[in-house]
Structure formats: structure tokens, C-alpha cells
Design a protein around this ligand. Structure first.
Ligand SMILES: C[S@@+](CC[C@H](N)C(=O)[O-])C[C@H]1O[C@@H](n2cnc3c(N)ncnc32)[C@H](O)[C@@H]1O
Length: 256
């Protein structure tokens, strides 16, 4: 019996190719978007994500509690604060000044652990036993979002944990957007048409792409889908991949 043909991605239209090439400074565009959102109090009434409990449990199991860590994109703190309460002394690194200002107001004792900027704002050699990125690696094109995950992984100490939650290709967005990119495995990128911050790109990962980025690390909690309603945090249609991965420790390999 002949195999059904593998669906092929449609070639990109010329206009779409141009949209992709004109992506601009996504960090600046995302910062403007999130500054506006946090100024309006976005997320303040949302409960912490259930994944926070799994991160704390994995850190405990690996002897990393209490201890230091890095949270990329804590925003105004809905997940950062319970992780700190669980014993992780997290540097909070965010490009949105309004998010960090709100987080400082909620937890003044954390103000000196908050850093405005992206990974390039950290000392070049800074690594952490736990690195967490929840709903932050979606910004930009496929190449930019993938590079962000790889750069974050580089910030994990040998033997440390990398915890991520990121848009899945199974999520469906109802915000006005244009599809600008689609990979063979189904990963795709959209360009949102939002009032105030035009040109915000968002990438949606298919599992093979994400698994390839994490291939050098060992799953502690393997990638799996978690689906919520972003407005309430209750189960819903917004599909994210989440997982916890341990970076290899060359010293352990040498000792065994
Ligand atoms: C969707 S919010 C997620 C907030 C929080 N992590 C959560 O899960 O509720 C994305 C956050 O990531 C921040 N962000 C986006 N790109 C970033 C980057 N390159 N470096 C640091 N923070 C970034 C945004 O400013 C915003 O605070």
C-alpha cells in the first residue's frame, strides 16, 4: 500500500518573505507591548501557573532548594513570586520596565534582584543552577525564538535545570495576525496587527523543533502540552509546551 504523501509547507509569498525580512527590533517592540500591558495591570488577577509547583519539586529533588536561579521574563511576578517563596532566589530579568516596577511594588525586598534588559544585560559568564523561562521565548521569528532558547540554555550551570513553557503550534490565536512563516514540522510564526504595537512577531513551536533545541539535555519532566484559557488560567484552548531539562555535567561523566 502506498504511503500518504507528507504534507509540504506552502512556499512563502513574496510579500510574506518581505514581511519576514522586515522584522525589525523585536526586543524593542515586545518591550513596548509589555510595558503597555503591565501599565494596565495585566496578569495581576491571574493565579500562578500550575507548572510552578513542578519546577519547585524538580529543584528540590535535585538539591537546588534553597538556592539561586534566573527567571527570564518574570513580568509583574505571578509565577516569579511563588517560585521565590518556594526557596529560589531568582534574578528577575525583563525588558519591560513597567513589569519590573509593578513587581518591585509587590515585593520591595526583591527590587535589588531585578534586572532591566535581555540576556545581554547579564555578565557574559553568569550561569545559574536553575534557569526559568515561562511564556517568554515566543517573541520573534523562528530563528530569533530558537536562538533565545539556545542562549538561555547556555546560562544553565552544568548539572542545572532549564524550565520552559512556550507557545505550541496547537495554540490558536484570535488576535488579528498574518502568517509569515511555516516550517516543515508545523512550527509557524505570525505577525500581530495590534493597535499601539504593530509588528509584534510570535513563534509557535512544533515538538520536533523544540526537542531538537533541548537535545543536549536530559528530560526531568519531558515536554508535554498544557492548555489553558489565558484570561483565567483555567483549562482552555491556549496550548503551550512545558518541560524541565537537566544540562549534562561533564564532571559527573568523568567520575563514572
Ligand atoms: C507573556 S509575559 C510572561 C510573564 C510571566 N513569565 C508569566 O508566565 O506569567 C512575557 C514576559 O517576558 C518579557 N520578555 C519578552 N522578551 C524578553 C526578553 N528577550 N528578555 C527578557 N524578558 C523578556 C516581557 O516583558 C514579559 O514580561
Amino acid at each position: 500500500m502506498s504511503q500518504p504523501a507528507t504534507p509540504q509547507p506552502e512556499p512563502l509569498a513574496r510579500e510574506t518573505r518581505e514581511t519576514l525580512d522586515a522584522v525589525g527590533d523585536q526586543v524593542a517592540i515586545a518591550a513596548a507591548f509589555w510595558d503597555a500591558a503591565f501599565s494596565e495591570g495585566r496578569f495581576l488577577d491571574l493565579p500562578p501557573d500550575g507548572f510552578v509547583t513542578a519546577i519547585a519539586a524538580a529543584a528540590e529533588q535535585h538539591g537546588l532548594l534553597p538556592g539561586p536561579g534566573l527567571c527570564i521574563g518574570p513580568g509583574n511576578g505571578r509565577n516569579y513570586l511563588p517560585l521565590v517563596a518556594a526557596g529560589l532566589d531568582l534574578v528577575g530579568l525583563d525588558i519591560a520596565a513597567a513589569g519590573l516596577a509593578s513587581l518591585s511594588e509587590r515585593a520591595p525586598d526583591r527590587a535589588d534582584r531585578l534586572v532591566l534588559g535581555d540576556l545581554s544585560a547579564l555578565p557574559g559568564d553568569a550561569v545559574y543552577p536553575v534557569v526559568i523561562g515561562l511564556n517568554v521565548f515566543q517573541h520573534g521569528t523562528r530563528a530569533q525564538a530558537s536562538a533565545h532558547i539556545s542562549a538561555a540554555l547556555e546560562r544553565v550551570e552544568p548539572g542545572g535545570l532549564f524550565c520552559l513553557q512556550v507557545n505550541s503550534d496547537r495554540a490558536r490565536t484570535n488576535r488579528p495576525h498574518e502568517l509569515v512563516e511555516r516550517a516543515d514540522d508545523g512550527s509557524f510564526t505570525v505577525r500581530y496587527e495590534l493597535p499601539g504595537t504593530p509588528g509584534l512577531y510570535s513563534h509557535f513551536f512544533a515538538e520536533p523543533s523544540l526537542a531538537a533545541l533541548l537535545a543536549g539535555s536530559t528530560p526531568v519532566v519531558p515536554l508535554h502540552i498544557d492548555a489553558i484559557d489565558p484570561a483565567t488560567g483555567e483549562p482552555g484552548p491556549w496550548h503551550r509546551w512545558q518541560g524541565i531539562y537537566r544540562r549534562p555535567d561533564p564532571a559527573e561523566a568523568a567520575a563514572s
